[in-house]
Ligand binder design. Sequence first.
Ligand SMILES: C[S@@+](CC[C@H](N)C(=O)[O-])C[C@H]1O[C@@H](n2cnc3c(N)ncnc32)[C@H](O)[C@@H]1O
Length: 192
Amino acid sequence: MLDATYWENHYRGEDTPWDIGSVSPALKAYIDGIQDKNLRILIPGAGSAHEAIYLHRAGFTRVFVCDWAPSAFQYLRKEAPDFPEGHLLVADFFKLELEVDLILEQTFFCAIQPELRKAYALKTAELLAAGGKLAGLLFAFPFDAEGPPFGGTRDEYEHLFAPHFQMLHLAISNLSIKPRAGRELFIELLKR
Ligand SMILES: C[S@@+](CC[C@H](N)C(=O)[O-])C[C@H]1O[C@@H](n2cnc3c(N)ncnc32)[C@H](O)[C@@H]1O
């Protein structure tokens, strides 16, 4: 079962093959294009939270990370001891109560059971203020093996997000790390 204990055990056992060890180049490029350092930003299923550390060091002050595995944030606490403790949300993403302007997606969507994808689309939209955006990476193909990670297709994502978001961008990322090259879509969705 993909519950908090499942993920917590991975962190405790230092078995985190999804962790690319630094901010993903596609998200770094997206973040580098943001001028407003007061933007409220949420990273769900943040894990080691390399994107949050990058944002923090770049001067963004309202960055929130959510992960329900308590040990996930050990790395963030070590790397960025001045990251506001109150912005570390050890909680189930689907139960968060918060309002933000931007949600950044990095291997959280692929980690949840596919049956929860409609709930993900709805919850991300609910957490966003008017004019808010969801941006980040999604796998561009279904995996052969049972997940996580769970893949998907461009068509599936278009249908999934259409009720809540306008699709601003959906294309294969040219900034994926080598093992994921050509296998990830970069999305930018505007809340309806
Ligand atoms: C594949 S890992 C990705 C972590 C990080 N984004 C990265 O790329 O290194 C998925 C993360 O989502 C977290 N997660 C899964 N379901 C969650 C939920 N319902 N609420 C909060 N966190 C969740 C797990 O604990 C895990 O840290």
